[in-house]
Each structure stands twice: as C-alpha cells, then as structure tokens.
Ligand binder design. Structure first.
Ligand code: SF4
Length: 490
C-alpha cells in the first residue's frame, strides 16, 4: 500500500478504533488509515468495514481491490472487540498470505504476559493454550517468549523495588544512520554546545545525587545510552562519569553499562576512562559486519573496524561485552546476516542483542521506503534463535515495537550470568528509572504501581536554556522516592 494513501476504515455500531488499527498494522505496517462511521465515506478500492449489530453479532468486510470478503460472527459483549480483530486478522491472512508471527497480540508484551501466567501458577501447557489459542501466536514465538520469561524470572525475583536505576543520556552520534528513529543529534551540529551540555548534564547528575541521598535510595544499575555515548571526547566522557562517581554510591550498584555503540567512536582512551570510572559492561554495536550494508545505512566504519574495537575492549580487560545486530537492514541478504552472526559468535561476546529493523515515520528510510518489501528479516531472526541458543546463549529479554519489519521482535541473548539487569528492569516497569540528560525520561514507579514520567527536553539547546525550569520538575522525584522508601516491600 502506498504510504500516502489513507485506507478508509468504517466502524459501525462500535468504537474499536485502537485495536482494529493495531490489527491492520500487522499486515500493513507503514500504512495510514482514515476512520469514519459511514460507508458513504469510502473512497478507493481498499477498505475495511467492521459492523456490530444490535443483537451482538458482527460482520467484518475487507476489500483489497478485488471482491470484498465478509466474515460474520457472534461474541459476548466483553469479547466482541477481540473477536472482531480475530476475524479481521483471519480475513487479511486469507487475502494477503501474511501470517503475523505474534498473532493478534498487540499492545501486550508477550514475555510480561507469560510471566504473569507463570506467577498465577499456570504450567507451560496451559500458558501455551492461552497464548496460541487466544492470540494465535505461532508455536516458535510462544517457545521464545516462554524461554525468555523463564530465563529472566530469577532476576525479577531479586529486583529491589525500593531502589532505582539511573539512565544517562548522551544523544549524539557522529552521523545519523538512515534507519535511525531515536533522538540523536550529529556531532557536527552539537559541537558548539558541547561544553555547556556536559556542564548541564553534570549539574543534573549532582541534583539527582542529592535527591537520592536525601531519600536514602539505593542505585541498582547505571546505563549510559544515546545516541552513542562514545561520540563525545574522552575528557567529556570522563567529566560525566566523574559526576556520576561523586554523586552516587557506586559501591552498591549491581551493574554499570556504557553503550559504546558505534565502533568508529571507540578509542583506547575512552575505553580506559570507562573502565577506570567503574563501568563493567559495554556494548559494541556494528549492527552488521557487511561493509556494503554499512555504507547503505550511512555508517562510516567497516566490519573489520567493529571487530578491532571489540578486540581492543577485550585486551583492556572488559569481560562483559554486548554486541547489537539488526536483522532486516536494507540490502542485507539472509546469507550475509548469517555470516555476520557466525563471525560475532566466534568473538564470543557475553551477550548479543538481535533487533529487527523498525521503520518509524521519522526515519529517512521510511520516507524512501520500500525497505520492508521482500525483506528476509524473518529468515534472519529464525537463524539467530537457532544459532544463538545452539551456541549457549539464552534469550533473557524481549520487546516488540510498532512498524517492525514483518512484526518481528527484538531479543537480548546472554550467556548465563551475563544478563543485563537494566534491560530486564526497563521492560518490567516495576523499578523507578531516573533519567539525566537531554531526551532522557524519568520513570517514577509509585508503590501502588502507578507510573509517572518526566521527559527532559529533546534538543540540547533547549535542555541547556531551560535547565532551571526542568529542575523544578524534580520535586516529584523526591516525593516519589520518599513514598517508595516509606512503603514496606512485599
Ligand atoms: S548509532 Fe543509533 S542512535 Fe546513532 S544515528 Fe545510528 S541508529 Fe541512531
């Protein structure tokens, strides 16, 4: 479907817009829809009508250019929305041949759902029945979600809900990758502001440190992310990490990660700073080792550069390295992805994260895009499960995003004992995460489970110029941490 054409979706006798749109996106992941309530508003030859009759029966009509296909059914009022989406998905599978791997599970995290069911005392077969029958997950996706939930449970059981984790944002990159949909600013545009940015970030870390001390909160994990944290200079990185060191008690943390990220920004000097200032886990993220693909996505490093950066980190004593790969990059073939993964496995990092390409509206690729047409991402993802599990890695965290090629998932694999606690905490949403820096957000998890978010400004100039205003919002952080502290933990 052309990205500019809005497909009319007519809802009659119901207002199930959100779920119906989510189901449609499983088949047309970059399409746009126009919702209306009358058939007279249909334009073009492609449309969907979802109609609920007064007696509770329903009809779903789908037309993709040829003869419309109508599916009828009945459901109890509380099951109606789900059954309409199921009928819509079946019809679309019939018409397009697409079978979404995660079925009609939308807006629900599969691993969280499995964990919930395990905690309710259900056995594997009962959980399989619930997920494969109700949501129609494919059997191998159920196995993946189940294994991931089982592997992360021992860590979740040790989660300290009275503690908090810290995220430090360095939202800069040497250049922008063509698939990027993060908030990331190129170093060229940000260089002039850098001294002021670093000073503001250090100041925010000190303010956060004061709040953490005042409320007696323990910091559990620290994560430097971006952007690419190693795009700043070694001195700048040192200044930020020293601010962390003097503001927080590093003696009690369980994990300190720095996402070194792009190999073209990794130098011995920066790695030494990272190591000396207490971080024990880093990420080296080539995404692919295929030089042609790296060029297409706008990276300025080669596959060999990535291997050299990895080996340098090893020589300097890093014994917990993660490597990020992306399945489905433009022009990448299944074979070249396999070569990359095999080569990465030979390097034997402690963890490997396999993402699937996501086409978000802000990404350059989305605009040009037909990058997701005939993309062998599913083959790559299947290979990664087989290869990594066969090489001793265990899936331990997983998330899905909208607009991912073929509705595939992102999975973190690790050797036993090298699972990233921070990655699990961020998905589980039960521990407070304090965010510092431009584009960071703070996620406050109140004792009653309510979540409140404070978003820092996205642009460095705004973060710097409105810093004092931003800091006034931190009173809520103090209040929340005090509440957490005064609530007995279960
Ligand atoms: S390295 Fe990551 S954050 Fe930076 S431009 Fe590329 S995709 Fe975006």
């Amino acid at each position: 479907m052309n990205n500019d054409t809005k497909m009319p979706i007519v809802l009659i006798g119901n207002s199930f817009k959100y779920e119906i749109e989510a189901t449609l996106k499983l088949f047309f992941n970059t399409a746009r829809f126009m919702f209306c309530t009358d058939r007279s508003e249909i334009v073009g030859e492609r449309y969907v009508v979802a109609e609920v009759h007064e007696n509770g029966s329903f009809a779903v009509e789908v037309c993709l250019g040829d003869e419309p296909v109508i599916t009828e059914g009945e459901a109890a009022p509380d099951k109606l929305e789900h059954e309409i989406c199921r009928a819509l998905a079946h019809t679309l599978t019939e018409l397009t041949g697409i079978r979404p791997p995660w079925g009609i599970m939308t807006g629900i995290r599969p691993v969280k759902k499995v964990t919930e069911l395990i905690e309710r005392g259900l056995g594997k077969e009962q959980i399989r029945a619930e997920l494969t029958e109700r949501f129609e997950l494919l059997p191998d996706k159920f196995e993946l979600a189940y294994a991931t939930a089982v592997n992360q449970l021992p860590i979740l059981e040790k989660i300290d809900l009275s503690a908090a984790s810290l995220y430090v944002s360095i939202p800069f990159c040497p250049t922008r990758c063509s698939y990027c949909s993060f908030v990331s600013h190129s170093m060229d545009s940000a260089r002039k502001l850098m001294p002021e940015y670093i000073a503001a970030l250090c100041r925010e870390l000190e303010i956060m440190g004061d709040i953490v001390r005042e409320t007696g909160t323990k910091i559990d994990t620290i994560y430097f992310g971006g952007g690419t944290p190693t795009s700043i200079s070694a001195d700048e990185l040192q200044a930020v990490m020293e601010a962390v060191e003097r503001s927080f008690d590093l003696g009690s943390i369980r994990e300190y990660s720095v996402e070194a990220g792009r190999p073209d920004t990794i130098t011995e000097e920066k790695l030494r700073v990272i190591k000396e200032l207490g971080a024990s886990r880093i990420s080296v993220n080539p995404q692919t080792l295929n030089d042609d693909v790296l060029r297409v996505i706008g990276r300025q490093h080669s596959g060999e550069d990535a291997i050299r950066a990895f080996e340098l980190a090893r020589r300097l004593g890093f014994d917990n390295i993660n490597t990020d790969l992306i399945a489905g990059l433009p022009t990448e073939s299944a074979e070249s992805f396999r070569n990359t993964l095999d080569r990465i496995c030979e390097l034997s990092p402690e963890s490997i994260t396999v993402h699937t390409l996501t086409l978000k509206r802000s990404a350059e690729l989305f605009e040009k895009s037909s990058a997701n047409i005939k993309n062998p991402a599913a083959e790559m993802v299947d290979y990664s499960v087989e290869k990594l599990i066969g090489s001793g890695y265990l899936p331990y965290y997983m998330y899905r995003q909208k607009n991912t090629v073929d509705n595939l998932e992102n999975v973190g694999y690790a050797k036993k004992g090298f699972e990233s606690w921070y990655n699990i905490f961020i998905m589980d949403e039960t521990q407070t995460i304090l965010g510092a820096g431009c584009a960071a957000s703070t996620k406050l998890v109140y004792p009653d489970g309510k979540i409140s978010r404070i978003h820092n400004y996205k642009f460095p100039y705004e973060y710097i110029s409105r810093f004092d205003e931003l800091m006034t919002k931190k009173t809520e952080v103090t209040e929340c941490l005090k509440k957490i502290k005064s609530t007995p933990q279960k």
